[in-house]
Ligand binder design. Structure first.
Ligand code: WTA
Length: 627
């Protein structure tokens, strides 16, 4: 065991691809494909783009006006056409696009042609509600077919969707609706998670009156919870009953916005990462095909929620662009028991399974007996995303699934697609996301942009543009510029990493104040501003604290206002407050009342110092700390 741990930590533990994997692998030799791709990335990407349907081809592959990119310039395109119409036209109409499994075990399925019909109808519904090209639609829904139908209908008519994860509460929802200026909200009466119903419509009702741009709320009846319809509320089923099922795709420019997805950064305000129709499609199409080696007979299951980028790219758009069959499961991995994931894999004969390290660690804690109960022999490829995976969890995941290759994919909301990731032909090292995807030039540098030696930590950067990169931060271009000018001429991801002697990348975690709790992305400043909006709180500081299962948990330090006394009740009240302001995912695990916080002379809280003290690590440079 010690020997294995040594090999793991030195990066010498390597798993070569097996014959079964290689016999079907689309890309057989990473090194030569990569070398070729970065000699001429534009040729590489235009060859990929040609596999999709364009109403009119592009005049120019890339217009790079650092740091502003336009890909497939003047190309006319529609991602929904490519995700649905193209396949139906090619005879795949009868193929299952999605299986759906409810938390209570109920099952449904939908074919490509059925999905196309539903999308056409909902496109007409949106049009009737006055939604057109460029209008924003906020989607606040559980993991149900209607969520996917809504996204595709928006794309079809050129409206811009902004999905808010259903685990966010009213405060976060309102902030995102107002920031996007949405005309319509599409929601549901409720969704199921861990045996409970989250009443989404009720949450939306709390803030509807404070969102002046919203004209209509469309509600799907899904959870049979009592929902009162008030003025402006519309019933999905009624609207769909009356809707016609013919609706042509809007001819979009490849650079027209497809969606805004709000994500956390270093300030209290979430950023609206904006992705466009053409380049995004090319990126997610190619990575599903090459990283997950998608074949017509595969059954793909990405366990994410479409409320996050992983769901956008690898539940909705990427798989559909490949004509794949995917699984959606609305529920928790441990409901009713820790065998849930494995039982769905057995039942639906899932071949490719993509999940988060936090889920693997949770299931690992429940023991080998759960996966052992099920026949998992359909699996041929595995994936992880969202946070670093520790080698122990990696090895367990591999062992219980019959030694299948694991694609540890590093990427971000901003990158749109997997960036540092194996493909099935790449030898694997447990805990390493291995190498850059073809066309991507990644590096690890110091703050001036100089490459750091191997095994030395530095900032993870990307040196060249790629098609599915975000185009801007909506209504906040300065925040976009920051990614590209903090270190001159490169895209700074916000992660620290090191590389080893074989050129493998090892992602170590964030270099900023973004926290990853169970793979969910949250910002320290966001949680701090939620806390200071409580009448008892004067100041607060939030750090991520390592946790064996959840990756990180939230620890907060609170200075109370004059006259307030620390108590257990107050701690509970603060947790509840964060829950309402942001959502259950942001509830602090630990609250400590303090009378002082380390600050710079200019008044900025030094979270780094708090974290070092909390973890018993050296506090590092404190020359900027006030007396
Ligand atoms: C982290 C999720 C290590 C990283 C797709 C990144 C990872 C942030 C990995 C983006 C991985 C994602 N190994 N860390 N394989 N994948 N991360 O925007 O810190 O929710 O910057 O996108 O997740 O989170 P986001």
């Amino acid at each position: 065991m010690t020997e294995l741990l040594e090999r793991l930590s030195s990066g010498d533990e390597v798993y070569k691809p097996d014959n079964a994997t290689m016999s079907v692998a689309t890309v057989k030799d990473y090194e030569s494909v990569y070398r070729e791709s970065v000699k001429d990335p534009q040729k590489f990407w235009s060859d990929r783009a040609k596999e999709l349907d364009w109403f009119k081809p592009w005049d120019k592959v890339l217009d790079w006006n650092y740091p502003w990119a336009k890909w497939f310039v003047n190309g006319k395109f529609n991602i929904c056409h490519n995700a649905l119409d193209r396949h139906v036209k090619n005879g795949l109409g009868g193929k299952i696009a999605f299986y759906w499994v409810g938390e209570q075990g109920d099952k449904k399925q939908i074919t490509y042609s059925q999905l196309l019909t539903e999308v056409r109808k909902f496109s007409n519904v949106l049009k009737k509600l006055g939604v057109g090209k460029g209008d924003k639609v906020t989607v606040y829904m559980p993991r149900i077919f209607q969520q996917i139908i809504t996204l595709l209908a928006c794309a079809r008519i050129g409206a811009v969707h902004s999905v808010v994860y259903s685990g966010f509460s009213s405060g976060a929802l309102k902030e995102r609706i107002v920031a996007a200026g949405s005309k319509v909200i599409v929601t549901a009466d409720g969704g199921f998670y861990k045996g409970k119903i989250t009443e989404l419509k009720k949450i939306a009702d709390e803030i509807k009156g404070e969102c002046p741009t919203v004209e209509h709320v469309v509600v799907v009846r899904h959870a049979n919870s009592f929902t009162e319809f008030t003025r402006g509320d519309l019933d999905w089923d009624e609207l769909m009953r009356e809707a016609k099922d013919d609706c042509e795709c809007e001819v979009m420019d490849s650079e027209d916005p497809l969606f805004i997805l709000y994500t956390s950064g270093t300030t209290g305000k979430p950023k609206g990462v904006l992705h466009v129709q053409g380049g995004y499609a090319v990126g997610v199409y190619t990575t599903v095909k090459w990283v997950f080696d998608m074949k017509q007979e595969d059954v793909f299951w990405c366990t994410a929620d479409a409320g996050w980028i992983t769901g956008h790219s690898y539940i909705v758009y990427g798989p559909l662009l490949n004509g794949a069959t995917s699984v959606i499961y609305e529920g928790a991995p441990t409901t009713p028991d820790p065998g849930r994931f494995w039982s769905i894999i057995e039942d639906l004969k899932v071949t490719i399974f993509y999940t988060a390290p936090t889920a693997i660690r949770l299931l690992m804690k429940s023991g080998d007996k759960w996966p052992a109960k099920y026949n998992l022999s359909s699996l041929r490829l595995l994936g992880t995303v969202g946070e670093p995976i520790n080698p122990e969890a990696w090895l367990w995941y591999r062992k219980v699934t019959g030694e299948k290759p694991i694609m540890d994919t590093w990427w971000q909301t901003e990158t749109g697609m997997t960036m540092i990731t194996p493909m099935p032909c790449v030898p694997l090292k447990p805990g390493s996301a291995t190498k850059p995807f073809p066309g991507i030039i990644a590096d690890i540098v110091d703050e001036k942009g100089n490459a750091v030696p191997i095994n030395k930590g530095g900032y993870l950067v990307i040196r060249n543009p790629w098609p599915s990169m975000m185009r801007t931060v909506y209504n906040d271009p300065d925040r976009y510029l920051k990614y590209w000018n903090t270190i001159p001429n490169v895209y700074m991801a916000g992660d620290v990493a090191h590389s080893d002697k074989d050129g493998y990348f090892w992602i170590m975690g964030r270099s900023d104040d973004v926290i990853k709790v169970s793979g969910y992305r949250l910002g320290s400043a966001e949680i701090e501003s939620a806390l200071v909006s409580h009448p008892s709180v004067a100041e607060s500081a939030v750090i991520g604290k390592p946790d064996a299962v959840r990756g990180e948990v939230i620890k907060v330090f609170v200075i109370l206002r004059e006259g307030q006394t620390p108590s257990e009740e107050l701690k509970e009240a603060l947790k509840k407050h964060v829950r309402t302001e942001i959502g259950p995912i942001a509830i602090p695990s630990e609250i400590e009342f303090v009378t002082w916080l380390p600050k710079t002379r200019s008044g900025k809280i030094m979270r780094r110092v708090l974290k070092a003290k909390e973890l018993g690590l050296p506090v590092g440079d404190t020359s900027t700390l006030e007396d």
